[in-house]
Design a protein around this ligand. Structure first.
Ligand code: NAD
Length: 249
């Protein structure tokens, strides 16, 4: 018997990095996995890596119609959702508040914060109907400090922590738990093709004070797996740094 036998995990941003590692980890633990990503090829690649326990769905978490179609696809295929990992996210340009372009602000808030809200909003009725469910949000160290990223990313991840606590509190008596992980720097594709504002990048300190310590995506997936599992049955509203100790310094 595996911890997630008979359970269904929906992971957003599952086409790469931390989301792909989550999809693989939940499948290994017995779950059927809905691997959602805005990039179709990446979603399909993850589903191919996972094998027959995975369903690839192309979905933009920032778009309400796309999220509705994602939830329908998951319920249509598997009939239930037990675990939701709100993991899709994008970086900002590391711009400070005075310099950030309003379009960058809108886009980052739309994907990182509104996206998590829209998917949570669409999935909650199913969790409530089942009387059970676990949500794990991928926030960031930038969700608890001001100097780890630009203004938009920082605000989006602080907001995601607020959403985590709101959901945890609201549904504690309904069998639904909601927690967040705060990854430290992790080897993924998130910075591919990114351009950074030089003034912001010079003033911010996104890199660990612990030398070149860099996490692997699987280390984030392990933490998410624990928070979504029955081993964490009384852990609700927790904001869990998975950063090798960065936040302790
Ligand atoms: P990644 O770029 O490797 O993977 C993110 C995936 O999300 C990509 O496949 C991308 O196509 C997808 N995505 C982007 N926008 C989307 C949208 N609108 N709808 C659906 N999917 C979308 O990056 P990652 O590092 O694995 O990032 C995963 C999460 O971890 C993000 O929320 C990120 O903010 C967070 N995080 C990462 C780090 C790090 O150092 N890598 C640190 C802290 C937090």
């Amino acid at each position: 018997m595996n911890a997630f036998d008979d359970r269904v995990a929906l992971v957003t941003g599952a086409g790469s990095g931390i989301g792909r590692a989550m999809a693989v980890a939940f499948a290994k633990a017995g779950a059927r996995v809905v691997a959602a990503d805005v990039d179709r090829a990446r979603a399909e690649e993850t589903a191919a890596v996972v094998g027959e326990a995975a369903l690839a769905v192309t979905a933009d978490v920032g778009d309400q119609a796309s999220v509705a179609a994602l939830t329908e696809a998951a319920i249509g295929a598997y009939g239930r959702i037990d675990v939701l990992c709100n993991n899709a996210g994008i970086l900002d340009t590391m711009a400070l508040p005075a310099e950030i372009a309003p379009e960058v602000w809108d886009r980052v808030i739309r994907v990182n914060l509104t996206g998590a809200f829209l998917v949570t909003h669409a999935v909650l009725p199913h969790l409530l109907r089942q009387g059970r469910g676990a949500i794990v949000n991928t926030a960031s160290e930038a969700g608890i400090r001001g100097g780890a990223a630009g203004a938009a990313y920082t605000a989006s991840k602080h907001g995601l922590i607020g959403l985590t606590r709101s959901v945890a509190w609201a549904y504690a008596k309904d069998g639904i738990r909601c927690n967040a992980i705060l990854p430290g720097p992790t080897a993924t594709n998130i910075a591919d093709g990114a351009t950074f504002d030089p003034a912001g990048a010079a003033r911010l300190s996104p890199v660990l004070a612990l030398g070149e310590l860099m996490a692997q995506p699987e280390q984030m997936a392990d933490a998410a797996l624990y928070l979504a599992s029955d081993a964490a049955s009384f852990v609700n509203g927790a904001i869990v740094p998975v950063d090798g100790g960065w936040s302790a310094g």
